[in-house]
Design a protein around this ligand. Structure first.
Ligand code: MEV
Length: 328
């Protein structure tokens, strides 16, 4: 092992969209907050040019790390290749950015269910880049890690916004518009319940679906996306003024617009209705939709909302929002 290379750990949080998913891919603003469910990645250099990834939830993989034609690559991959696409892409991009690479044993532990729409791929990508660069004796700045994580998401997913990787890196409450990331002051006094449908949210499929609607029916899709952007702007203003009733009403409007884009699902709609009938001020899906999670905004009725989500077959998740970003 060379000097400065040793086992390194990094962790990054998942995130929810209070407003603006999908529209943010087309330059509209979104409001995201990091949640207290983290992904931890441990990277340990080995001396035989092997990549060994083990994880609970994402799968396992083995491969060979080599430099071919001046580029670092992971070849001879066996195991859960597509489940770990984000991880292997992030490793290749990081090695090429640092212009060095080596064998690594990587262990991933995540509190975020994969495909839950809670930013699990952004959290694992960001924490992987931070831990492997440190294991190679290099400390990257947060904005370098964010850029590499974003490039990995684009390589795997096609189109993506910077929302997930920004929340994973910086934490807190963020307004994202294109590549502009604005850290907002802490928003206190709001309680969010996440309801997990248990169904897989396929981000690429849902992003492509909206892209196709935009192509085939621009007169319908474009105003919907623009109006989502307006909900985000007024939603942020209302949050800053602590006008919680208005925030809830805007979340409901955002959900109706997302339904118009065809990205909700009957399971999400069921959990959203259950939350609203048991006191939620507003509720909407979060992330790409099609499965994954919804969120509900409550005040006093937070226990009733959680019970209602559970009774409808969902898994209620409660926890902190606005948590710290990447730790490494
Ligand atoms: C997926 O979590 C959120 C989308 O807006 C895509 C993205 O922002 O990259 C659908």
């Amino acid at each position: 092992m060379q000097k400065g290379e040793n086992t390194q750990v990094a962790s990054a949080p998942g995130q929810i969209f209070l407003f603006g998913e999908h529209a943010v891919v087309y330059g509209e603003p979104a409001l995201s907050t990091a949640i207290g469910l983290r992904t931890r990645v441990e990277a340990k250099p080995n001396d035989d040019n092997k990549l060994v990834v083990s994880s609970r939830g994402f799968g396992d993989l083995r491969g060979v790390i080599e430099k071919k034609g001046g580029k670092w690559k992971i070849s001879k991959k066996v195991g859960d290749i597509s489940e770990l696409d984000f991880v292997t892409k992030a490793i290749e991009l990081t090695f090429n950015y640092l212009e060095k690479g080596r064998g690594l044993n990587i262990e991933i532990k995540s509190k975020l269910p994969g495909g839950s729409g809670l930013g699990s791929s952004s959290a694992v990508t960001t924490a992987t880049i931070a831990s492997i660069s440190s294991a190679l004796g290099e400390t990257l700045a947060k904005d370098e890690i964010l850029q590499l994580a974003y490039d990995s998401e684009i390589a795997v997913q096609g189109s993506a916004s910077r929302t997930g990787v920004s929340a994973a890196t910086y934490g807190g409450f963020l307004e994202i518009t294109g590549d502009e990331i604005t850290k907002l002051e802490e928003i206190s006094g709001i309680e969010i319940v996440i309801g997990y449908t248990g169904n897989y949210a396929n981000t690429k499929k849902m992003v492509d679906k909206v892209g196709e609607l935009k192509e085939s029916r621009p007169k319908i899709a474009n105003p919907l996306l623009k109006t989502i952007g307006k909900c985000t702007k007024i939603g942020i203003e209302s949050l800053m003024n602590r006008d919680i009733e208005r925030v809830g009403a805007l979340m409901n409007a955002n959900q109706n617009l997302l339904r118009g884009l065809g990205v909700s699902s009957s399971e999400l709609d069921k959990l959203i209705e259950a939350a609203k009938s048991s006191g939620a001020i507003g509720a909407k899906l979060t992330g790409s939709g099609g499965g994954g999670c919804m969120i509900a905004l409550g005040t006093e009725s937070i226990d009733e909302i959680s019970d209602a989500i559970r009774e409808e077959g969902g898994n209620p998740i409660r926890g902190k929002i606005g948590v710290e970003g990447l730790k490494y």
